[in-house]
Design a protein around this ligand. Structure first.
Ligand SMILES: [Zn+2]
Length: 147
């Protein structure tokens, strides 16, 4: 039911995937995106932007409020950047941009164990997943705080 979109940041160096829950909001709701390298160019406005670590997402709040009211009957005053992000209406597809690639790299080491020692593989995998969530929480990624 989710729609996935890709958005390139203002400087063009990076691209992030977003999920748009239940097709409520069109892709244009993500007005622009700033990666850690270009985030300082954005003058941060909490009324229409959300900061997640060094990334900044700029939302078209007029569009978001209009669509949320038209499709879901949600009071426009309740629609904030935090609401759009936390409720999944326009949020990272992953826990943070680039997570899947990092997971692949980290997991390659553990997967090598599968043939040698399956029991140890599952134990390592479990520990790795747990440690990973703790690390993402400590780093301050917004989605990780709710895991
Ligand atoms: Zn950038």
């Amino acid at each position: 039911m989710c729609m996935e979109i890709k958005v390139r940041c203002a400087c063009g160096a990076q691209e992030a995937s977003f999920n748009l829950r239940d097709h409520v909001l069109p892709p244009e709701v993500v007005e622009s995106l700033y990666c850690p390298a270009c985030a300082e160019k954005a003058s941060f406005d909490p009324a229409r932007m959300l900061r997640d670590r060094d990334w900044i997402i700029v939302y078209d709040m007029e569009l978001a409020r209009f669509m949320m009211r038209a499709k879901l009957g949600i009071d426009p005053q309740a629609v904030t950047p935090e609401f759009l992000f936390d409720e999944g209406y326009a949020t990272w597809k992953e826990t943070y941009p680039g997570e899947l690639e990092e997971i692949e790299a980290e997991k390659a080491r553990i997967v090598a164990l599968l043939k040698e020692d399956p029991q140890r593989y599952f134990e390592e995998l479990r520990q790795w997943a747990q440690a990973r969530v703790e690390r993402l929480k400590a780093l301050g990624w917004r989605k990780a705080q709710r895991m």
